[in-house]
Ligand binder design. Structure first.
Ligand code: AQP
Length: 353
């Protein structure tokens, strides 16, 4: 295990301290096993960004409990996401990798933002509607309030950039609205930056393998709808084999994929995994049936994911080391957030602030 142990002391070096520079924040919920959508839409981007800006990559356990999480599993799931971050190439010497519940600033700022955000804004959030379906009356208040906590996550660090999948675009708009309203209400222009969603690039919206009208999701009841980062090579091959397509063949041009959501999705996954364009993939496979294309896609996915899965297993074999990484990074995150929260309290006008 020694070769994968990590030294987190570098996080405290002065040259990485906050001096008003650009800063990245993003998070993943420990609400189940990570899938290919999380990997391509989030983790892969994180690895690129850690060399460009100061980054905080959070395991958002406070978000996860907006729906029921078994307390016996939550710690393990948190470790799994941490292991997935590290195995994907997120380096805790470069990025601050911690779990949200260790840093009090998230919940404190979320309360202040609850008093800034408007009900009408939250009523428009489509993710709540999608997740709640017809049962909105029975959902937790936390699930409804999720995007306000998300705004607090980002702005507790005055983060300027947020790499996310397409599904989070609307929430990011809300974060900007909250930041702008806070700045306006308290006559503190520029107090909070208006954070930018970084959604571009391949893999921003990976769809379910069973239903092209839905995104790939941890909480989809069908395991065949997603490729998990922990799936074996056999599972991956079987799931792609069963993936919904149509009776056609691989077309020659991107335009010809219009209206063929599931086909576009598989071609997009191939392109994102191999860092090629959709057109490149079409040029190589044009005219081929899915009997040829799907096994080739499975091979590529196994080649990319197997090393990550193996490394994840090695990290997970040492949960104390994962906790040490999370604890050190949480201290660093608190150091960044505390002065910002102190300013927020003063700006609001609390006695004793
Ligand atoms: N299908 C996807 N395609 C591309 N990006 C995706 N992301 C999620 N699904 C896709 C991105 O992964 C990051 C972490 O997501 P999350 O764990 O916070 O939760 P989520 O977006 O709600 O993902 P799931 O899998 O659908 O979780 P459940 O089912 O638990 O709600 C985010 O950047 C997200 O955009």
């Amino acid at each position: 295990m020694n070769d994968i142990k990590t030294d987190t002391s570098v996080l405290n070096t002065p040259e990485r301290s906050y001096k008003g520079q650009d800063r990245v924040f993003s998070g993943v919920q420990p609400s189940g096993t990570l899938h290919l959508g999380n990997y391509l839409g989030a983790l892969k981007k994180f690895v690129k960004m850690q060399d460009q800006m100061e980054c905080l990559f959070c395991i958002v356990d406070l978000h996860a409990i907006t729906v029921w999480q078994d307390p016996k599993l939550l710690r393990q799931q948190t470790h799994e996401i941490t292991a997935a971050y590290l195995a994907s190439g997120v380096d805790p010497k470069k990025a601050i990798v911690y779990n949200q519940s260790r840093v009090r600033a998230h919940t404190e700022l979320a309360w202040y933002f609850n008093c800034v955000a408007r009900l009408g804004w939250l009523n428009r959030m489509t993710q709540f509607k999608d997740k709640a379906g017809k049962n909105s009356e029975r959902m937790s208040v936390g699930l409804y309030d999720y995007p306000v906590l998300q705004a607090a996550d980002i702005l507790a660090f005055k983060a300027t950039h947020v790499p996310v999948g397409e599904d989070q675009r609307q929430h990011l708009e809300l974060s900007r609205d909250i930041a702008a309203k806070f700045n306006h209400d308290f006559d503190a222009p520029d107090f909070f930056p208006l954070p930018e969603a970084l959604v571009q690039g391949p893999g921003a919206k990976i769809l379910s393998l069973r239903d092209g009208s839905k995104k790939m999701s941890k909480s989809d009841p069908s395991d065949n709808s997603r490729i998990n980062l922990t799936d074996s090579a056999d599972d991956i091959a079987k799931k792609f084999k069963k993936a919904k397509t149509d009776a056609g063949v691989i077309p020659e041009t991107v335009k010809e994929m219009e209206g063929r959501l599931e086909v576009k999705n598989l071609v997009g996954i191939f392109a994102a995994l191999t860092e090629r364009t959709d057109q490149d993939i079409l040029t190589e496979y044009a005219g081929q049936g899915f009997g040829v294309f799907k096994p080739a896609l499975a091979d590529v996915a196994v080649e990319k994911l197997e090393p990550i899965t193996n490394l994840m297993r090695r990290y997970l074999a040492d949960p104390d080391e994962l906790d040490r990484i999370l604890a050190a990074a949480a201290d660093r995150a608190t150091e960044i957030a505390e002065p910002i929260l102190a300013d927020v309290r003063k700006t609001i006008g609390f006695s004793g602030a």
